[in-house]
Design a protein around this ligand. Structure first.
Ligand SMILES: [Zn+2]
Ligand SMILES: [Zn+2]
Length: 440
């Protein structure tokens, strides 16, 4: 009388091999489902069951356990088969009483040998292969590396007005504005907010020693970190500080004043780096190697600059402080560039037309903006109108209000999406956070 073998196997090519190997010599029954296979054990009374480890409905290990728990279970041999040979699964299969752990793919000859040994009572489980038999062999190992000339921007500080600290700010961070723009052999930084302290520590280890620091305007949040910018204390460094001609004192005098002995123990003249100051107005772009930076005035107290950066064939707008549509609290939908509401913003919108990425503040929720008109910052909905009219498809919001906690900022991101839906404009929106990198 022929021995009975039940095969629970979902893969048709494997079924075919087993059929070829076993039919004729054995009575063989096939099924694809673990649950059905288990039911068939009671009807077909197999001496041997070959189960794939991950059969549909009930996986192979569960079927194995259930078979072994049957009164006749100890006498039924079970072979577990698998494409995904993992030593942990191998151990469990043997612990649960599998007679063999069969790794796919296998040949007809292998099956013949194993089944014959089983019915002779001589089948021992093979040790788990050190070099996984079913691992896909490749000709050589793939070792990808990051190219050294990768272009990126990195946000070292994203908080507006004043630094914040504490558990409520741990996701977005509390450093005031500082943006690094990658460059093959110099360091370009916009704003010296408190984020510049950490950047400075990193810059100390870099190969090149020339730094271009561009200041959009000299409100505290944009210069506060400078005294803690370590390269300023090293004679190896040359630091060019570019900034607008303000309405009041000259940039150099403002830095001198900030480092006056009443405020700070080390004077600007005592810093060891070679520091020079340069006027940066919006008439001529600044070219640093292949990076070109042009500026325009934002709507913010004093002569505040915002920037368009051309790098790696991309154009990026960077606007940390800009009040769009002063005093407007209405719906943002349908306000196009020719709408009189945008008359004061039109020139700046034209300046940023077609940028690949626009980093633009939106410090206030529309509800909060009602009491903050004239403070020099935008409501989320007014900023959305600005972004939409530039035509950009990528908006990063930065210069977060110091009162905004992580929870509130996550909510603000959702609200920004909703506002764009209300404006019928499709645009990717992200909220910047400290240490966020954007690869170009
Ligand atoms: Zn600011
Ligand atoms: Zn400001």
């Amino acid at each position: 009388m022929k021995k009975r073998i039940l095969i629970i196997e979902n893969s048709e090519p494997v079924q075919k091999i087993l059929k070829e190997a076993l039919e004729g010599s054995f009575e063989v029954l096939f099924t694809k489902s673990g649950r059905e296979g288990l039911a068939l054990v009671g009807e077909f009374h197999p001496q041997l069951v070959i189960i794939d480890q991950l059969t549909p409905h009930l996986h192979g290990i569960e079927v194995l356990k259930k078979i072994k728990a049957l009164p006749e279970g100890p006498k039924i041999g079970v072979i577990l088969s698998t494409w995904r040979a993992l030593i942990q699964d191998y151990r469990i299969a043997l612990e649960q009483g599998a007679a063999y752990y069969l790794i796919k793919p296998f040949s007809i000859a292998t099956i013949h040998r194993i089944i014959q040994r089983y019915f002779e009572g001589k089948l021992e489980p093979a040790p788990f292969p050190l070099h996984n038999l079913n691992a896909i062999n490749s000709i050589e190992n793939y070792n990808p590396t990051v190219p050294s000339n990768v272009s990126y921007i990195k946000f070292w500080g994203t908080r507006g007005s004043t630094p914040v600290a504490g558990a409520d700010y741990s996701f977005f961070g509390g450093n005031t504005p500082c943006l690094e723009i990658s460059h093959p052999d110099t360091i370009i930084i916009i704003d010296a907010g408190t984020g510049i302290r950490e950047l400075g520590a990193e810059v100390m280890h870099r190969r090149f020693k020339e730094v271009h620091l561009i200041i959009g305007h000299t409100h505290w949040d944009h210069i506060l970190g400078f005294p803690f910018f370590t390269p300023a204390y090293s004679h190896q460094f040359e630091i060019h500080i570019h900034g607008p001609k303000g309405f009041g004192s000259h940039l150099e005098d403002l830095f001198k004043g900030m480092l006056d002995s009443d405020y700070f123990p080390i004077k600007l003249t005592e810093m060891q780096a070679k520091i020079s100051f340069h006027d940066f107005n919006n008439d001529e772009p600044l070219s640093i190697g292949s990076v070109k930076i042009s500026a325009a005035y934002a709507c913010h107290p004093g002569a505040t600059l915002c920037f368009k950066i051309e790098i790696a064939d991309k154009k990026i707008g960077y606007v940390t402080d800009n009040e769009v549509m002063i005093g407007y609290h209405g719906h943002p939908k349908g306000i196009d560039i020719n709408n009189p509401i945008l008359i004061a913003d039109k020139e700046l919108i034209e300046f940023f037309k077609g940028v690949d990425l626009l980093i633009h503040e939106a410090q206030y929720l529309p509800q909060d903006y009602r009491t903050k008109v004239g403070w020099g910052h935008s409501s989320l909905s007014n900023a959305a109108v600005f972004v939409k009219n530039t035509g950009t498809k990528n908006w990063i919001i930065t210069h977060h209000d110091p009162s905004s906690t992580d929870t509130e900022l996550h909510m603000k991101q959702q609200l920004a999406h909703q506002i764009m839906v209300d404006c019928s404009y499709d645009c990717s929106i992200q909220l910047a956070y400290d240490n966020m990198m954007v690869y170009l």
